[in-house]
Design a protein around this ligand. Structure first.
Ligand code: AP5
Length: 217
């Protein structure tokens, strides 16, 4: 969990390479549906482009399907879900039915000015999903993905005004989910400063995952 630009997607991709879980990003899953041009996809665009959350019933059903289809030996790393208390309750119910409780919650923080700088400079590769930053993590050749050579694009919700709305949405609707998990006894928690250097953040997260019993593959 964490505000836009805290580095959730960047770190999740590195953690799954190391620990072998399946990375399920609600934002990526919703963007794929949106890009399909389906009726649901067109509905999603209205919320996403405005920096608002997609309604809970839609997200819960999309994520429940993705979790069922992707349950692997090494587990799941959820990124961007749950984002409201009703989503967290729905996740609890689904995990209880599956007999697979939540192991840990990771909260990444970042300051608003840093968030805006990161998000407005983000570029990503629609073909392979790799994420860059024009200043902090530039590709070797401007505008071109290092991994697959595809053209890099800017997300439609990464304009500064929308980022500020997304941050306000986070503070209003998602910060209560952090408290929801803080109140739960026995749940492992880690809070990291996502504003630090990406390698430092990864080192902290790796150490925490190992202390939770995750093993490298
Ligand atoms: P989503 O795609 O989840 O966006 P987000 O939460 O706003 O998070 P971001 O992807 O913007 O940031 P990130 O923390 O992953 O940062 P990243 O690693 O890319 O959601 C988009 C929309 O979908 C929502 O607004 C909503 O409409 C909808 N949605 C999704 N889930 C939903 C849900 N559960 N319920 C309802 N609606 C939902 O890094 C950002 C940039 O910074 C990159 O350029 C990266 O290279 C750079 N960077 C990262 N770490 C560092 C570092 N340590 N140092 C320097 N640069 C760094």
């Amino acid at each position: 969990m964490g505000p836009p630009g805290a580095g959730k997607g960047t770190q999740a991709k590195k953690l799954v390479e190391r620990f072998g879980m399946v990375h399920l990003s609600s934002g990526d899953i919703l963007r794929t549906e949106r890009a399909s041009g389906s009726l649901l996809g067109r509905k999603l665009a209205q919320y996403m482009d405005a920096g608002k959350l997609v309604p809970d019933d839609i997200v819960v059903s999309v994520m429940a399907k993705a979790m069922t289809e992707n349950s692997g030996e090494a587990g799941l790393l959820l990124d961007g879900f749950p984002r409201t208390v009703p989503q967290a309750e729905a996740l609890d119910a689904q995990l209880a039915r599956a007999g697979k409780p939540l192991d840990a919650v990771v909260v990444m923080t970042a300051e608003p000015d840093m968030i805006v700088r990161r998000i407005t400079g983000r570029r990503s590769c629609p073909a392979c999903g790799r994420v860059y930053h024009v200043e902090f993590m530039p590709p070797r050749k401007a505008g071109e993905c290092d991994a697959c050579g595809g053209p890099l694009v800017q997300r439609s919700d990464d304009a500064e005004a929308v980022v500020r709305d997304r941050l306000a949405t986070y503070n209003r609707q998602t910060a209560p989910v952090v408290d929801y998990y803080r109140r739960r006894s026995g749940l492992k928690r880690i809070e990291v400063d996502g504003g630090r250097d990406a390698d430092d953040v990864l080192a902290q997260l790796t150490k925490a995952f190992e202390s939770f019993g995750a093993s490298s593959r």
